[in-house]
Design a protein. Sequence first.
Length: 108
Amino acid sequence: MYAMLAIFLILHGVALWGSIAFKGLQFIKTAFLFFALALGVGVLNFQWLKAMFGSTVQMALPLGSVHLRDSPALSLPESQEHLILLPLLLLIPLLWAASYARLTEKQL
């Protein structure tokens, strides 16, 4: 339940920021920027892990487990998985504050 709330708040903050930052076609421009950044982070994450582990990396999602050839997947213990989500939870107030600052800037 908390993960769904965090995802909702992040997406809501991104949509609010995009509607204030862009003049026309806000939803399309925000969605394109969001997915382009997600693709870029995914590619950079895979390349970084490939450089770290060599060519044995099969699949690796950002903030997820790493699947290697001929060995089990590498992941954090369940007791530490919540620590990886803390930067995302810190992103929520930053998105809302940036949206509010941009909104007050536009109103002046």
